[in-house]
Design a binder for this molecule. Structure first.
Ligand SMILES: Cc1ncc(COP(=O)(O)O)c(C=O)c1O
Length: 478
């Protein structure tokens, strides 16, 4: 068949053109993805609603556009106007995207604990970003809520998007996220689990799902330090304390949170949240942010505590992408500085330790090398054992100081300068791959002097002793 074949031309011609009128109409309809690895051993079907598929990369794209259209409809926002918002970042992007298309200016006020990526991202949309201190009360004039309100008073033709009190926020989830989940699960969802910031997500989805089936359990996830868990449990207002996960938890009850639709709240801590976010990336391939880890830890805890079985269909909201946290959750130094990484020894691979060794160079001996030359090699490089390779460069064993010494001391042997190391090679050598984990390395090296690192072709890539491992681990301490 040639390209001039009329049939082929006919076949490849699309029936109609497919495109969106603008980026805003691509918002929503995010996929549900089954979690497999991090939920192994649990009976329910656990489905993640992956919100970074939205064009601005988060669940908040769903509220930016309707908030602006609502203000336009009510005549509060006129052409050339300015949108002001107190935002931890994601809502800013949702608003900035819609504002870019509609020609509005944006000013965003962010607490200083937010990642640099989020600030740069908002500036990329042309927004002005004002950074305020995190560690002040909401009523303090320096708090990000107060600063945002003041900016609106000072700026003519401006509105506060007001995601914490604007009913359009939960309504957007009632109109889009809730129905999507109901349809995607064919009405079989039994539990919805999500973090809570403004509470718009849990309130909107929760209301919609409860209307479809009042038995569906709506479960919130709250970081330790936030007041929402205790407020829901006992009605008591406690004092908020700092935590590192971004976007969830509050020090007040937002007007957009309806705790009546929430059946239970599960508490999670920073460490387990952030480590889970890293596992979601490395084990499920889902490049999501820190609060996604919180939501999944909360879901697993809830499933275990309530002993949910095979009939449960649990949907967990993953609000945003990992790209917003590269300098935090996914930066080992930041994780270590904040005391979150000492559990991650299991991530260390043999190749990591080898590449950090002083020279990184690997010295080997050949089976045909003279004993004398091998001793010189050991002395010159201050090593007490050497991997030995054959003519094809494949590992055959190890020669060590003690083996050579024992050989030299043999009395019933004629020692000659021409003697090679061939008869002194210890072939019982523990080997690992460059990707082998620290725990494998430790189990092999326990009673041995060294472990050799080889590639798929048995070529030597390194040799590790206990002091190399110790040196590596101690260099990781702060
Ligand atoms: C990263 C992240 N996760 C979760 C949420 C919580 O969503 P909601 O404000 O609808 O409760 C937010 C809100 O800002 C967020 O940015």
């Amino acid at each position: 068949m040639t390209t001039s074949d009329p049939l082929l031309k006919e076949n490849v011609k699309p029936l109609s053109m497919e495109f969106h009128d603008d980026i805003l109409s691509t918002i929503g309809h995010t996929p549900l993805v089954r979690l497999n690895s991090v939920t192994s051993g649990l009976d329910p079907l656990v489905l993640a609603k992956v919100e970074f598929f939205n064009p601005g990369g988060s669940v908040k794209d769903r509220i930016g556009w309707p908030i602006i259209e609502d203000a336009e409809r009510e005549g509060r926002l006129r052409p050339g106007g300015t949108i002001v918002e107190a935002t931890s970042g994601n809502t800013g992007v949702g608003l900035a995207m819609a504002a870019a298309i509609k020609g509005y200016r944006c000013i965003f006020v962010m607490p200083d604990k937010m990642s640099q990526e989020k600030i740069l991202l908002l500036r990329a949309f042309g927004a002005r970003v004002v950074v305020t201190p995190t560690a002040v009360e909401p009523e303090d004039p320096r708090s990000y809520y107060s600063v945002a309100r003041r900016l609106v008073e000072e700026t003519p033709n401006s509105i506060l998007a007001d995601q914490y009190y604007n009913p359009v926020n939960p309504q957007a989830h009632y109109d889009t996220t809730g129905p999507e989940i109901w349809q995607q699960t064919a009405g079989r969802i039994t539990h919805l689990i999500t973090g809570m910031g403004t509470g718009g997500t849990i309130t909107g989805i929760g209301r919609y799902l409860k209307e479809q089936n009042p038995d569906i359990q709506i479960v919130g996830v709250d970081p330790i330090g936030s007041i929402l868990y205790e407020l829901h449990r006992s009605g008591e207002y406690t004092t908020a304390e700092g935590y590192k996960v971004e976007g969830i938890g509050e020090d007040f009850l937002p007007g957009t949170t309806d705790l009546n639709v929430v059946d239970e709240i599960v508490q999670v801590n920073d460490r387990e949240s952030l480590l889970m976010a890293r596992r979601l990336v490395r084990e499920e391939g889902i490049f999501c942010g820190g609060s996604c880890g919180s939501a999944v830890v909360g879901a697993i805890r809830y499933i275990q505590q309530h002993r949910l079985g095979h009939d449960a269909v649990v949907v967990v909201i993953l609000p945003d992408s990992g790209s917003r946290y590269l300098s935090k959750v996914f930066d080992d130094d930041w994780m270590r500085e904040n005391g979150f990484l000492d559990q991650v020894w299991s991530d260390i691979r043999a190749g990591d330790i080898q590449s950090q060794k002083d020279s990184g160079l690997v010295y080997t001996a050949h089976t045909t090398d003279l004993l004398r030359d091998v001793v010189t090699l050991m002395k010159d490089h201050n090593v007490s054992q050497l991997p030995v390779v054959n003519a094809d460069d494949r590992l055959v064993g190890l020669v060590s100081e003690i083996d050579l010494l024992n050989h030299m001391l043999l009395t019933d042997h004629v020692h000659q300068a021409s003697e090679t190391i061939e008869g002194m090679i210890n072939t019982d050598v523990p080997v690992v791959g460059e990707n082998s984990r620290l725990e494998t390395l430790m189990s092999l090296i326990k009673d041995r002097a060294a472990v050799v690192i080889v590639n798929n072709h048995d070529q030597v890539k390194g040799i590790l002793t206990k002091i190399d491992i110790l040196d590596y681990l101690s260099s990781q301490l702060r």
